[in-house]
Design a binder for this molecule. Structure first.
Ligand code: SF4
Length: 376
């Protein structure tokens, strides 16, 4: 029987385990239109309401969900869209994730930038006016040690007001050290919350350790990082199960670490760029349903949609719950200046930061290039 108070659990892995005997698909399939309407009308949703909004019946109510989502988003964030861009500093990786072009068995050129090269990239990005940056690496502690990462962050802080990281999972002490260096945000995707699936797609390296990974966002929150972002990689596991656990994960962190800003992303695999064979496709309508269900369940959470998605599709999402979008993105090392390596994945929205600013403005929203700076 699943828990009624998720924050009473010692870790989020315990929360996932507590749902072991609860058939979420059976529960969703039994929801009717009335259940969905009631869930939409509620101010504070529990996990059963959240599942109701992810259910097949909720597809008939996307319009009312979108109206509520818009209202909640404006209430908590105003009519704003935060823009940021990723900066890949290394593509070296010691893991074997079957869905990723950076996996260690791939015979691709590997490169880790030195400090001067990273600063050149930073200067190029800073010219766009962006003040928020997400620094990424493959997962290879030998190529990018915690200490090196710390030095990179210190340098980047002279160009950007907010530096977030998406790299290998670390211990709480490492996050505390990086916070001292100037990191204020951590993004770490579980990829899939389903333990069996996780094992099948993570064949070698430290990332095989499901427990260490799933508890990483909590270590970041414990270290006092200002922002922690979670998400699943849609395409790997069953879509609704993944949406459910990633939403509950965000809720768990938000309720337990009330000073931490918790964000959630909706990345989905582009079928063309993986050797996975069969993937669990999250189509556009389901994507929208998941986005709206996230917003109604998590009114205060930032919701990110990256350039993995097509521009025309992203534009439609602006008024219905998204609060953060990447812009002018490059997904290779040296992409802004030297192009040292191949992409981790192909982007579907190549528009520049200027283009995105224009699009956001034309939608009646305010593009936000900077909304935070470490107090002196
Ligand atoms: S998903 Fe991350 S950890 Fe896995 S192979 Fe790619 S870069 Fe490495």
């Amino acid at each position: 029987m699943p828990v009624t108070s998720i924050t009473s659990m010692e870790s989020f892995e315990n929360v996932v385990d507590s749902f072991k005997d609860f058939d979420i698909y059976e529960f969703m399939n039994k929801r009717n239109d009335n259940d969905v309407q009631k869930a939409i009308a509620k101010d504070k949703l529990n996990y059963r309401d959240f599942l109701t909004l992810l259910s097949p019946k909720a597809k008939n109510h996307l319009e009312s969900m979108a109206q509520k989502s818009h209202k909640l988003t404006v209430q908590h964030f105003g009519k704003t869209m935060k823009l940021y861009t990723p900066l890949y500093i290394s593509n070296s990786c010691s893991n074997e994730c079957v869905y990723c072009g950076f996996r260690r068995s791939e015979k691709i050129p590997r490169y880790t930038m030195n400090m001067d090269e990273i600063e050149e990239e930073a200067k190029e990005i800073a010219k766009t006016g962006l003040k928020h940056i997400l620094v990424l690496t493959g997962e290879d502690k030998k190529a990018v040690s915690v200490e090196y990462f710390g030095e990179v962050v210190k340098m980047l802080k002279s160009h950007f007001s907010s530096v977030s990281m998406e790299t290998y999972p670390m211990d709480t002490e490492d996050y505390m050290y990086l916070k001292e260096c100037g990191i204020d945000g951590l993004t770490i995707y579980q990829e899939t919350y389903n333990k069996d699936k996780y094992k099948k797609v993570h064949l070698a390296g430290k990332k095989k350790d499901y427990s260490y990974r799933i508890n990483t966002p909590e270590r970041g929150a414990k270290a006092g990082l200002r922002v922690v972002g979670v998400g699943t990689l849609f395409g790997l596991g069953e879509t609704k199960e993944e949406a459910f656990f990633s939403g509950v994960h965000a809720k768990y962190l938000q309720d337990k670490y009330i000073e931490t800003e918790v964000n959630i992303s909706i990345p989905r695999i582009n079928a063309k760029e993986t050797d996975l064979g069969e993937i669990n496709v999250l189509d556009d309508a389901e994507f929208i349903q998941v986005l709206l269900a996230y917003r109604l369940f998590l009114p205060k959470s930032g919701i990110t949609v990256s350039t993995r998605e097509r521009g025309t599709f992203r534009d439609k999402l602006i008024p219905i719950g998204v609060t953060m979008m990447s812009a002018g993105s490059k997904t290779n090392v040296g992409g802004y200046t030297g192009e040292f390596t191949t992409n981790q994945f192909d982007i579907s929205d190549p528009r520049s930061v200027d283009d995105m600013i224009k699009v956001v403005n034309e939608s009646g929203y305010q593009p936000i290039l900077k909304d935070w700076e470490l107090p002196l």
